[in-house]
Design a protein around this ligand. Structure first.
Ligand code: NAP
Length: 323
């Protein structure tokens, strides 16, 4: 089969190439999926660039997220799943079979039925961002009737955090840095969209809710002061990204707020929570609560360019089409 592969870590243009590799066969408890769309996330380029310490087993096919059709099942998997349209999550976690290939094999529970009418490209947009958003929102219980602040509401995780929070009955405020991003966050259903680069942003957020129950945080360093100013004993600030410099923790201010800080990395979230997230994301999809972000399309041969687009902070989702 044709696949994008790398056998050493480094810049996309230097290490990513298209190769013919043997089509994988599903082992016990696995399904094989004919991939139709492969979604690219920051984690994919970071792993390729060297953030993952796991040694490469001969070659690595990148990309955790994807969507396609099950065309073979391993021992112990219901044969009724043959032909099922599925969305994929964490396909390349600890495995060489990422989704930037004509076929992938994943543990059966990581291929989740895609509701009728949901496109493959949207299915390939869900995995990492929607499951992360779910964990950020619900690790500390339900959010119905609660106030949720989503930092960076036009980002992929931020987008699904807004939509999953609204689906669950929360009031949602979000921050963005431009009118283009404000439009995306408003379309996702945020009740308040604030441009955090403008004067008065913090006042608008405090007027919406003097105390938030959840803060889904993409940039703890720059935003900690604002977060603490709207935190109290019920607040959990949930950080899922580490792009900027680490914050210096103002311990006294955290104590005064009685705030809880939580950190999330998908790869070490307990498996039952991941499966619950996949189920809930599918239920939200079925209920029409999730919508796609704008998509940037690439072909498999342009996998390096697709990675570079995500590395360059493309707004929306980067998808490699394999259909
Ligand atoms: N822990 C995990 O398991 C996990 C899972 C998924 C993603 N991540 C990480 O989370 C980050 C975001 O992923 P993504 O796929 O959502 O990326 P994305 O689509 O590029 O979104 C990132 C968003 O964050 C916004 N942002 C940056 N600095 C901000 C600030 N100070 N305040 C508010 N918003 C800010 C950006 O907009 P502006 O710069 O215009 O403000 C952008 O909209 C990446 O670093 C990724 O590796 C981690």
């Amino acid at each position: 089969m044709r696949a994008a592969v790398y056998d050493r870590r480094g810049p996309a243009a230097e290490v990513l190439r298209i190769a013919d590799v043997p089509r994988p066969e599903p082992g016990a408890g696995e399904v094989r999926v004919r991939v139709q769309a492969s979604g690219v996330n920051p984690t994919d380029w970071k792993s390729r660039a060297g953030a993952t310490p796991r040694p490469i087993d001969e070659f690595q096919i990148p990309n955790q997220d994807g969507a396609g059709v099950i065309d073979a099942v391993g021992e112990g998997v219901d044969r009724g799943r043959l032909g099922q349209r599925v969305w994929l999550w964490m396909a390349a976690a600890g495995r060489r079979w990422g989704t930037a290939a004509e076929w992938t094999v994943v543990p059966a529970e990581r291929a989740v039925g895609l509701p009728d009418g949901v496109s493959m490209e949207f299915g390939a947009s869900l995995g990492v961002p929607a499951i992360t958003a779910h964990r950020c929102l619900f690790a500390d219980g339900p959010v119905d009737g609660k106030a949720v602040l989503v930092a960076g509401g036009a980002g992929a995780v931020g987008h699904f955090a807004i939509e999953l929070a609204k689906w669950s009955g929360a009031r949602v405020a979000t921050t963005v840095s431009s009118p283009e991003k404000a439009k995306l966050a408003a379309q996702a259903g945020a009740d308040l969209v604030v441009n955090y680069t403008e004067a008065g942003a913090a006042d608008q957020i405090r007027a919406f809710a003097p105390r938030f129950d959840r803060i889904v945080e993409v940039a703890l360093g720059p935003n900690l002061e604002l977060d603490l100013s709207v935190s109290g004993p019920e607040t959990v600030v949930v950080t899922y990204a580490a792009d900027g410099p680490d914050p210096v923790l103002p311990v006294r201010a955290c104590m005064t707020a009685n705030v809880t800080l939580r950190f999330i990395l998908l790869y070490t979230v307990p498996e039952p929570a991941l499966r619950q997230a996949a189920d809930d994301v599918t239920a939200a999809l079925r209920g029409g609560a999730l919508t796609p972000l704008p998509v940037h399309h690439f072909r498999l041969g342009d996998c390096a360019a697709a990675h570079e687009a995500v590395e360059g902070r493309a707004v929306g989702k980067v998808i490699i089409d394999l259909a």
